[in-house]
Design a protein around this ligand. Structure first.
Ligand code: SF4
Length: 355
């Protein structure tokens, strides 16, 4: 097994809103090792982006990490263990050093992260020199090499151009070049290919794959697209209602899925493919709405949409059951003994209350 580069345990994240507290991540645990590609899949609001980005200190102002451990290369990055202002400041400085250095990030909208008034060459070289002891000349040479790597034609000339002179696909490739410029140990890609045409999408995914296989970079890919995770990821975590519903290898998820939500997703993809020629692998819809994280109760978050829901599902959070190495799901269907025990306790309590 690859060494654990990032290990997150029992992460909990909430957001303060006018309507109340939104518990966006409710006890999520995951890990990723060198050369491994881990896919985070879920609907909007499932907690997939917040789980990963909060570890990198990229929460919105109204967000906070309420609990859990975040170990990167064995070093604790969770703010919950820090008590003084000075420690908090040290953590922020450490995260700033890591982002763009040992941790590279690619986002869906490159223009949010590319400065429109600086040339691409300036942005690439300055980013590198902030993290590495390179002369201007060395940084330029490396920037040209990176632009070639991401297949930007005529890179020497392109270095002098501004972002508006690049197409959307090219800007995304520039963002990838910037993310790779400091040889990151971990690459986080949040919907990196959404909004790109199929050809560019394939090029970018191939680049990410080669980076993991050839340079041993660990990758966390956050996506709605089941087709992308099937072709790229070694392991997958399916998120629902701020929790991991099921996790396992790509084969576990696609051929041995256990959780009703995972099965529903796969069935809907299959039905859509059969239905319409050329349908992609985007996350299909399952009837019903995702849970309201402002009002979430103590039961299974999928209970309102689940055809197999039992009474216990609405009252108690399901227990995680392991099916094989690294394959687990949180569902009462696989814990019937525990479910029966809890039901018996409930009945006894009701009986006692009546006496
Ligand atoms: Fe469905 Fe119950 Fe399993 Fe939740 S715990 S997925 S409601 S069967």
């Amino acid at each position: 097994m690859s060494e654990r580069l990032l290990e997150v345990r029992d992460l909990r994240v909430s957001f303060a809103t006018r309507q109340g507290t939104v518990r966006a991540v409710r006890g999520v645990s995951f890990h990723v090792g060198a050369g491994e590609i881990l896919g985070f899949v879920g609907e909007s609001g499932s907690g997939k982006s917040v789980s990963v980005l909060s570890c990198m200190g990229l929460l919105a102002r109204n967000g906070r990490i309420d609990g859990g451990s975040i170990l990167f290369e064995g070093k604790e990055l969770s703010p919950v263990f820090l008590t003084t202002r000075e420690q908090q400041q040290q953590r922020e400085n450490e995260l700033r050093r890591l982002r763009g250095g040992r941790i590279g990030m690619i986002f869906q909208d490159p223009m949010t992260y590319i400065n429109p008034v600086l040339t691409i060459g300036t942005q690439l070289t300055e980013g590198m020199r902030a993290h590495k002891p390179l002369s201007r000349k060395e940084a330029r040479a490396r920037a040209v090499e990176l632009m070639r790597l991401v297949e930007i034609p005529d890179p020497e000339r392109r270095m002098r151009q501004y972002p508006y002179e690049f197409s959307g696909g090219m800007r995304q490739r520039i963002l990838i070049a910037a993310a790779l410029s400091c040889d990151p140990k971990l690459l986080i890609a949040d919907e990196p290919t959404t909004a790109l045409d199929v050809t560019v999408q394939a090029q970018i995914l191939d680049l990410i794959r080669r980076r993991a296989r050839e340079a041993g970079t660990a990758v966390i890919l956050i996506t709605h697209d089941l087709g992308v995770v099937a072709s790229l990821c070694d392991r997958i975590a399916i998120l629902y209602g701020g929790k991991i519903a099921e996790t396992g290898t790509t084969d576990d998820i696609f051929y041995r899925a256990k959780h009703p939500y995972t099965r529903g997703l796969l069935l809907s993809v299959a039905a859509r493919r059969a239905d319409s020629a050329g349908a992609g692998g985007y996350l299909p819809s399952i009837s019903g709405s995702p849970p309201d994280l402002l009002r979430i109760n103590s039961g299974c978050p999928f209970a309102a949409r689940c055809d197999s829901a039992m009474k216990i599902c609405r009252d108690y959070m399901p227990v995680r059951r392991t099916f094989g190495k690294g394959h687990s799901a949180s569902c009462w269907l696989y814990c019937r003994d525990s479910a029966a025990e809890i039901a018996a306790v409930q009945d006894r309590k009701r009986g006692d209350a009546r006496v």
